[in-house]
Design a protein around this ligand. Structure first.
Ligand code: AMP
Length: 390
């Protein structure tokens, strides 16, 4: 039933997954007059708290997916590891404008890399790995360091092994083989900066990109996004064009986040894609004319896309479990107004019960005249000390 149609305000959007991305999507969509139903196993999930209804069941529960389909005029998802059987069922019983092909491609690193290359965009040199002996040969050919990754299921650095010496080959292969998925070896890119671009495309074929974000990762988890990225206009333009090219070639509907490496000599390599709102796009909530979440709703409902224009420089900084208590303490002090400092802090919390270490609990958008000032404020506040020492 996946033919093009406009979904009007008042209709119900079903979201597979009830995490923070679904929550922020629902908050934006509610402002636009839509209703929301979400499917998630966690009671009182971040999205469930702001949706009209939460169906509490595992993501792969076929009966629950049928219920979601019955209640929704359009269905989207907030993560890419959606079960193929569930996707097929949702497409049969409801309207899933994003389709199944994009999920199929982005669920698997090898398929994803081939699709990016087919779009005429560069990825880091890679090779499929099928045995420890072949891995040894390829590590010798690429040189160390290089990165062995599982093709499916990895996130935030999980399912990866940076191979620094040949002595690690057997252990790396044995460990990642346990994931029972294909393996891929990548050349290690000595990047100068990590960038991301979020593209939006609607069924009418309109494509819009948000300004390039410069991303700082700590322990493989996003720590901060800096916008504008500290790169030349020429590189920013090239990065946006690459994202547009991939979004068009893959026939994306909704959002596509494109993560890239920038090398010192100005080369850009795409690292990975995510067919959904992305942590590195949270800055758009306070700093752009249209947020990534509103844009996603517009795109899947086939409304005209909104302006992605940047209203102010911004630094988005993530709040992990260990940052919540110091942030709450700070937010109740007079200092939190940042009076006279040329900064405005917008605190977003996701409504998660337990502030476990390394768990994404919220973020702050620091609207600023100068990103260096916002970065120095982050450094000298005592909230993110663990990130600076890492
Ligand atoms: P990924 O799960 O592919 O996004 O990788 C997580 C992080 O590991 C990236 O954000 C990079 O900081 C680092 N990384 C991954 N692949 C490479 C690579 N081929 N070269 C250098 N760094 C990498």
């Amino acid at each position: 039933m996946s033919t093009r149609r406009v979904i009007e305000p008042g209709r119900t959007i079903g979201v597979l997954g009830g995490g923070q991305l679904g929550r922020m999507m629902a908050l934006a969509g509610r402002n636009m007059g839509y209703r929301f139903v979400t499917l998630d196993p966690t009671p009182d999930s971040p999205c469930g708290q702001v949706a009209d209804l939460q169906i509490k069941a595992p993501y792969h529960d076929v009966e629950a997916a049928k219920q979601l389909a019955a209640q929704s005029d359009v269905i989207t998802y907030e993560f890419e590891n959606v079960d193929a059987e569930v996707t097929a069922l949702l497409m049969r019983d409801s309207y899933v404008p994003q389709g199944s092909q994009l999920l199929y491609t982005t669920q698997h690193r090898l398929r994803e890399k081939r699709a990016i290359e087919a779009a005429g965009v560069q990825v880091a040199p890679y090779v499929e790995i099928v045995s420890a002996e072949q891995l040894r040969t390829e590590v010798e050919r690429f040189g160390t360091p290089c990165v062995l990754k599982t093709a499916m299921g990895g996130y935030d650095g999980k399912g990866q092994w940076v191979i620094r010496t040949l002595a690690e080959v057997d252990e790396a292969f044995a460990t990642l083989s346990r994931a029972r998925t294909d393996l891929v070896l990548e050349k290690f890119i000595a990047f100068e900066r990590e960038l991301s671009v979020i593209a939006a495309r609607n069924p009418s074929g309109e494509v819009v990109t948000f300004p390039v974000a410069e991303n700082i990762h700590v322990n493989n988890i996003l720590h901060a996004s800096i916008v504008p990225a500290r790169i030349s206009c020429e590189i920013a333009e090239r990065a946006e064009q690459m994202a547009q090219k991939i979004a068009a070639a893959l026939g994306v509907i909704g959002l596509l986040a494109v993560e890239m490496f920038l090398t010192a000599d100005g080369e850009l390599f795409v690292n990975e894609l995510a067919p959904r709102p992305h942590n590195s796009g949270h800055y758009t909530m306070d700093a752009c004319r249209t947020s990534q979440f509103e844009q996603h709703v517009r795109a899947i409902c086939d409304l005209p896309l909104g302006s992605p224009a940047l209203l102010t420089p911004v630094v988005m900084v993530n709040l992990l479990g260990q940052h919540v208590a110091p942030t709450l303490a700070w937010s109740q002090t007079r200092d939190a107004s940042l009076d006279g400092a040329g900064l405005t802090a917008k605190l977003h919390l996701y409504g998660k019960q337990e502030a476990k270490a390394q768990r994404k609990m919220g973020h702050i958008n620091l609207l600023c005249a100068d990103v260096e000032y916002a970065l120095s404020w982050i450094k000298q506040s005592n909230i993110w000390e663990d990130q600076h020492d890492a």
